[in-house]
Design a binder for this molecule. Structure first.
Ligand code: SF4
Ligand code: SF4
Length: 102
């Protein structure tokens, strides 16, 4: 599942440079996440970097884009053919989503 940015975003821009997938961009005075590029940081970091950087907790689970860990793995390999995964043994999904299966 990708993350999304909700209305409480104050457009500080702190999340944008933290995304390893360049999935975050500014649009119409706020910031948005491209679900086709968000891997929940899978393959790069153990935790979701945008959510950690956000001072107002505006980076949250995007229920419309649920994905299993295997789906995130496939997305990573599609985005980065031949690139090695990193930190997957320590990776965990956003809070509250640890028991999904989809
Ligand atoms: S969870 Fe990771 S990959 Fe997804 S938008 Fe946030 S920083 Fe980027
Ligand atoms: S860090 Fe949070 S408040 Fe700042 S632009 Fe990103 S989502 Fe918005």
């Amino acid at each position: 599942m990708a993350l999304k940015i909700v209305d409480s975003c104050i457009a500080c821009g702190a999340c944008e440079p933290e995304c390893p997938n360049n999935a975050i961009s500014e649009a119409f005075g706020t910031y948005v996440i491209d679900p086709n590029h968000c891997t929940e940081c899978y393959g790069f970091y153990a935790t979701q970097q945008c959510a950690q950087a956000c001072p107002v907790d505006s980076c949250v689970e995007d229920e419309a884009h649920r994905e299993s860990e295997e789906a995130l793995r496939r997305k990573f390999h599609t985005l980065y053919p031949g690139r090695a995964l990193a930190n997957t043994e320590r990776w965990s999904p956003p809070d509250g989503m640890s028991e999904r299966t989809g």
